[in-house]
Design a binder for this molecule. Sequence first.
Ligand code: COS
Length: 399
Amino acid sequence: MDFSLSAEQLELQTMVRKFTKSEIVPNMREWDERHHFELGVVKKLGQLGLMGVCIPEQYGGAGMDYNSLAIVCEELEYGDTAYRTAVSVHTGLNSMTLLQWGTEEQKQKYLVPQAQGKQLAAFALTEPDAGSDAGALRTAARRDGDEYILSGSKIWISMCDYADNFLVFATVAPELKHRGVTAFLVERTMKGVSTRPIRGKLGIHGGDTGEVILDEVRVPVANRLGEEGEGFKIAMSALDNGRFTVAAGATGLIRACLDASVTYAKARQTFGVPIAQHQLVKQMLAKMEAAYQTSQLLVYRSGWLKNQGLRNTRETSLAKWIACNGAFESASDAIEIHGAYGYSNEYPVERYLRNSKALVLYEGTREIHTLMQAEYVLGERQDKPLNRMLPAWRGPDDN
Ligand code: COS
């Protein structure tokens, strides 16, 4: 067992921390107020090799291990949830799924430019009537010669207004429920694809979320990912990676809450002493530290399993549940510590709270993860090796 980060990982951590501090933190209050997503940030992340950090070099990535992706996510979410979300959908949900399930041609065509940050990617599973019950989706895929015709609508799709490529899930046979679900690689430029943003969100005002409409979109059979009916498995395996990035991001949000709270608690005086000297404030700081440390350990264990090429659905679900809940509770306590000031955007903690609620909801609600964990301990759910696993990390010299 080795709990240390490698020299390369430490270097990566320093680089992304510096990037977040200079490119995101100073602008975030204004961007959040203006509901502005800064595409330039993502472009720079691409130039730094951070949009494909764990994708092998042969496919245009940086060839680092899966925990390096966790490091990127933690550091970005320290700045804001929006930019970590962009990496989550682009790398975690889309590119890693291509790496696991794509044919060589699909990898060359889509994974390479995505890992290089030249094209942006998103993940389109959720529908107006299919969220937690993802197998109930209704977007239809009808075979017509060497094409499929896709019709339907997807909602709550992060980065939908900016993505070049979408991983879309549709059903070839709704009566088969989850066994009819099939995955497709859809390009924004295909006729019949349109997107529109969702306004009025509680949080992640600095990020893009919207709807993808598919109006009789003709998709070549060569763009089907996996076999007909294999899409639900593909979607769930994608979520194993997406949830990992969300959990890692949550650790960054907890750290941001902790840092802001420590600074404020040392400076603010009540009853003649800094509020950090009051036991109930200390208790909140201690809870944040516990949430940070436990969540990070769970995230790194999940990354370690990925590095070995092992199933990690159970461990990733636990990491996602604990870290996101920890972020939500830490953000709420951070406002408590800041008192009335925490209730205004003069301090970042109110943004942290609004953003943290999204973490608890997306990529499996708190309730879904609670139920999954109960099912594991009751022996009702088991993780077996899949026919196509995410490739194990082969080490720094082998990429
Ligand atoms: N990887 C690969 N395959 C998986 C898998 C995974 N992580 N999890 C499940 N599967 C497979 C199962 O092996 C099963 O295969 P068979 O049909 O061959 O038996 C199939 O998928 C169905 O799985 P399961 O029985 O677990 O499905 P359930 O209907 O019980 O529910 C939950 C699964 C509720 C856990 C799932 O629908 C879920 O995670 N929902 C939340 C969806 C979500 O996170 N949405 C957010 C989208 S992004 S914002």
